[in-house]
Design a protein around this ligand. Structure first.
Ligand SMILES: [Zn+2]
Length: 150
């Protein structure tokens, strides 16, 4: 995997290539020269989001975000959960992984037209890039998502 990540400046939206070793630092945008910090992408673990936090954590994310639509009663969702935990570490700084409980966040399910779960939606800059329905094995999911990255 590339040792750099492509992050979108929150001010001017231009994309900056940043070494993954700088994830704990503040970086300066090469175009508009505003500083922005990378703490929102440095966790390396999945993040639970709801209707109130979705805009800030997903729509305004400075890196692509994979959203896992799941529910506690869904067996295949439990199969996907450890895969996503592992990928969150693999993709630290490159792709954020968030989880939406569909039972508690029906308007988000409606926004993305979720018909069944698990459904994974890849977003970048607030736009849907790919929708993956059902549980995929780790390598298959990993190469499908990475196929969309630069
Ligand atoms: Zn900028």
């Amino acid at each position: 995997m590339n040792e750099k990540t492509l992050v979108r400046c929150p001010t001017c939206k231009s994309r900056n290539r940043v070494p993954l070793s700088k994830l704990d630092a503040t970086v300066r945008c090469g175009r508009c020269h505003e500083d922005f910090d990378l703490s929102s992408i440095s966790q390396g673990k999945t993040i639970a989001v709801d209707e109130s936090s979705f805009n800030v954590i997903v729509d305004q994310s400075i890196i692509p975000t994979l959203v896992d639509f799941w529910a506690p009663w869904c067996g295949p969702c439990r199969t996907v959960a450890p895969v996503l935990d592992a990928l969150a570490q693999d993709w630290r700084g490159r792709v954020k992984i968030v989880k939406v409980n569909t039972d508690e966040n029906r308007s988000l399910s409606a926004r993305f037209g979720i018909q069944g779960i698990p459904t994974l939606v890849l977003l970048d800059g607030g736009q849907t890039i790919d929708t993956i329905v059902g549980a995929l094995p780790k390598q298959e999911l990993k190469s499908r998502v990475e196929g969309h990255l630069d």
